[in-house]
Design a binder for this molecule. Structure first.
Ligand code: SF4
Length: 498
């Protein structure tokens, strides 16, 4: 529940957001800073900006939220009209500052800065090969692996060929914003696992994880960067070139971006995320609607699902017939959220941990008392939050508490940039829906089907990553099954082909 920045331990977490801008004359630092604010929900552990002023690279990377990581003077020292930014949770690599991003490095033929969203699954092999060739690493993160590989290729090849060779060696999920001197690049992995889009500003161009960042800069979304595509922004902000460097047979877009991670006001694959969530809510009613007095969302992320669910319930009955009375189910904001509870409040005992949800959510007694209530949430991870929530609403006087989830059960971990808990911790990894219902003590529990998700996204299952809900992944992950014929590429040093 709620990807909006105040996660407790029982919620999946996006790991990173990236942005890059190329402007005609203005300094890039301030627009990058605003864009990072717009992407704050994608990572709250550290924030950073790297710019280039045509002569040298400038970097500021600090732990903490965007607002804490930068002071006014920091932005002024980041000279230059091109640059990239990053917000981060630790994905691969340790939690210390050496893994905060953008990663920057200078080498013989210039300077590089890298912002990475995603996770490589063959980083160790590529790192070993590079280390054997004499590259010294300062962190254990996979972004540095990409940077070193690219730096090596750039010694011998032009930019486009160097990126292509790196893309052929790395395997996994990546959306990258890169600076090579004063040129800003955007790269999306061949399966397009994590989002990346390009937009036009009045005086330049922008690449960002989500279009909400482009809106914040008063820009206009052009389109998503295509899987396997390289976008090169002109350093003077006058335009961009694109190169389709790698083609894959299918895509593997993370369905959870639409369901949970992305901001509802972002547009992905030409669809407003908010509308997709409303559609998912409608499908939830069609698949498992339950007649109750009130339907209410878990704020904030359950809201779009719940409005779609309530709209559909006004049109049809739970058994699929046309609703003849003009009732439907009352939509109510029956859970109030305390917006000031951070994600790191201290809960020393198990008992206090179990009561943590009370710090965050408070039911409105008059909305639920004596009623049958349906709560709509977007996911169940460990199940602790759902258990507390059901208890809370019962204690406030609800006679029945039904829980509907706008995504399929999470049965397996994510290896591609989402902090989803381990398999052992996931309640659905070894329990049926009925067993989970019993555990959380709800009167009924239903999840959305995978097919309904694919339909709402207007995508075939084969073009989505569904790893965490099927246990079969679109990349070659050691010890895990795949849902398509994929193989990690050879990590041998690049051949001299094109
Ligand atoms: S495993 Fe799940 S969360 Fe991870 S990329 Fe795939 S769909 Fe997204």
């Amino acid at each position: 529940m709620n990807a909006g920045g105040d996660h407790a331990d029982d919620e999946p977490r996006e790991k990173c957001g990236v942005v890059g801008v190329s402007l005609a004359e203005r300094d890039a630092a301030r627009p990058l800073y605003y864009a990072l604010y717009a992407l704050q929900h994608r990572g709250q552990e550290s924030a950073g900006i790297v710019t280039h002023d045509g002569f040298q690279q400038h970097s500021h990377v600090e732990r903490g939220l965007v607002g804490d990581a930068f002071e006014a003077g920091d932005l002024e020292s980041l000279a230059g009209s091109t640059g990239i930014g990053h917000v981060r949770y630790p994905t691969a690599g340790s939690l210390d500052k050496s893994c905060a991003q953008p990663f920057s490095v200078s080498f013989k033929s210039g300077s590089l800065g890298l912002s990475h969203n995603g996770n490589l699954v063959n980083a160790d092999e590529v790192r070993e090969e590079l280390a054997a060739a004499g590259h010294a690493f300062t962190s254990d993160g996979d972004t540095e692996v990409i940077a070193h590989d690219l730096a090596r290729n750039l010694l011998e090849e032009d930019l486009v060929r160097a990126v292509k060779h790196t893309m052929k060696r790395i395997h996994g999920s990546y959306s990258l914003a890169i600076t090579h001197d004063d040129t800003v690049l955007g790269v999306r992995d061949p399966m397009g696992n994590r989002p990346l889009c390009i937009g036009r500003l009045e005086d330049g161009y922008v690449l960002a994880s989500e279009s909400a960042a482009i809106d914040t800069l008063d820009g206009e979304l052009i389109r998503d960067v295509r899987p396997g595509e390289l976008v090169v922004l002109e350093p003077d902000g006058s335009g961009y070139d694109t190169y389709q460097l790698v083609e894959a047979d299918s895509t593997a877009h993370c369905f959870f971006e639409h369901v949970y991670f992305a901001r509802p006001d972002s547009v992905i694959d030409d669809e407003l995320v908010y509308e997709v969530r409303r559609k998912l809510g409608r499908k939830l009613w069609e698949e498992s609607g339950v007649e109750s007095d009130v339907v209410m969302p878990v704020p904030d992320s359950g809201r779009a699902f719940a409005t779609g669910y309530a709209d559909a319930a006004a049109e049809t009955t739970a058994d699929g017939g046309v609703r003849e009375d003009d009732g439907g189910i009352e939509f109510a904001e029956g859970l109030m959220k305390n917006r000031y509870v951070g994600r790191t409040f201290i809960m020393p005992t198990q008992d206090e941990r179990e009561r943590a949800v009370r710090l965050k959510l408070n039911p409105i007694r008059s909305t639920v008392e004596g009623k049958s209530v349906t709560i709509i949430d977007d996911s169940i991870v460990r199940g602790t939050t759902s258990t507390q929530l059901v208890e809370l609403v019962r204690e406030a006087g609800a006679e029945e508490v039904h829980l509907r989830i706008g995504a399929p059960p999470i049965v397996a971990p994510c290896y591609f940039g989402i902090d989803m808990a381990t398999r052992d911790e996931l309640i659905a990894s070894d329990k049926s829906t009925e067993e989970i219902r019993d555990r959380i003590e709800a009167d009924s529990l239903s999840y959305l089907s995978i097919d309904a998700v694919a339909e709402a996204l207007d995508a075939s299952r084969a073009d989505l990553c569904l790893g965490c809900v099927t246990g079969e992944y679109p990349f070659d992950v050691e010890g895990e099954a795949t849902d398509r014929p994929v193989e990690a590429p050879s990590t041998d040093a690049p051949a001299a082909d094109d």
